[in-house]
Design a protein around this ligand. Structure first.
Ligand code: C2E
Ligand code: CA
Ligand code: CA
Ligand code: CA
Length: 273
């Protein structure tokens, strides 16, 4: 018994060791990922439900590391946030997204909004607003074709601090959507004080609307209330026709999810447009 206890300890210890090794090696590699050309953007269509046409896309970051191969954003985004690397990386994503969207406009594609995820670390960086202004200026993208996705929990936890920044962003003409909505603690009455355009209802609710009456009621409630205060509502992670039909009946404005399309390359997205 004593031996196995010792082994167990050693086992955990070496596990922890290799986790830390992976993390520090990942960090080292992530630091060079932009310059090495290992980062790329994929685009997931957002579909308007009335006409079933693509009106926007969300940009999602992909890292194909020379050393590690595909690394999930669920792993490297938190690491980038912890290490501050999210600031240069986030700036790069924003630049690329604006550049590509402007290019699409110039090439004659029907104008679409591009949605970019912005981490709280990035949002609170003192240079954020200046960078944003500069990127819009340099790419010449009209601000109404850019949307920043900010997670609900972040906005609610530090309302005073974020409100000022969000107002500045809106003042520039850039759209704001509240991401992963429903997972934070927003009292719905707060929503109309926020300078936002859109709610993205979190996938966890959409997953359950087919089978769980209370999730369905929650989603319906969110949609009806959002419409009263003139917000657009998008359902995230729609995977089935059944979910789509339920959402249509509730008058949900837009959907995003595998049912319509996974995130795809720029070239594949162009073919759909
Ligand atoms: P998110 O912003 O909530 O993005 C939606 C995630 O759900 C994406 O995962 C997308 O591929 C996935 N998804 C969309 N539709 C479906 C569906 O129908 N079924 C399923 N199972 N999944 C679906 P992804 O690309 O792995 O990104 C994960 C998270 O990483 C994102 O969640 C976001 O928080 C973060 N992230 C990704 N790119 C960026 C970025 O450029 N900047 C920042 N700050 N965060 C990013
Ligand atoms: Ca998002
Ligand atoms: Ca989301
Ligand atoms: Ca999420």
């Amino acid at each position: 018994a004593k031996d196995s206890g010792k082994n167990r300890y050693l086992f955990y210890d070496s596990n922890m060791h290799s986790e830390l090794m992976r993390k520090s090696e990942l960090e080292k590699r992530l630091r060079k990922a932009i310059d090495n050309g290992e980062l790329k953007l994929v685009f997931q269509p957002q579909v308007e439900l009335n006409e079933e046409k693509i009106v926007a896309s969300e940009v999602l970051l992909r890292w194909i590391s020379d050393e590690f191969g595909f690394v999930s954003p669920e792993e490297f985004i938190p690491l980038a946030e912890e290490t501050g690397l999210i600031i240069p990386i986030g700036k790069w994503v924003l630049e690329q997204a604006c550049l590509i969207n402007k290019q699409w406009m110039d090439e004659g594609y029907a104008p679409k909004i591009v949605g970019v995820n912005v981490s709280v670390i990035q949002l609170k960086d003192e240079n954020f607003l200046e960078n944003l202004r500069e990127i819009l200026h340099e790419t010449n993208l009209q601000p109404e074709y850019l949307e920043l996705e900010i997670t609900e929990s972040v906005v609610m936890e530090e309302l005073d601090e974020t409100l000022k920044i969000l107002n500045e962003i809106r003042f520039m003409g850039v759209n704001i959507s509240l991401d992963d909505f429903g997972t934070g603690y927003s009292s719905l009455s707060y929503l109309k004080e926020l300078p936002i355009n859109k709610l993205k209802i979190d996938k966890s609710f959409i997953d359950k609307i087919q089978h769980d009456e209370s999730s369905k009621e929650i989603v319906d409630g969110i949609i009806q209330l959002a419409h009263k205060i003139e917000l657009t509502v998008l359902a995230e992670g729609v995977e089935t026709k059944e979910q789509l039909d339920i959402l249509k009946n509730m008058n949900c404005d837009k959907i995003q999810g595998y049912y319509f399309s996974k995130p795809i390359s720029k070239e594949e997205f162009e073919k759909m447009c």
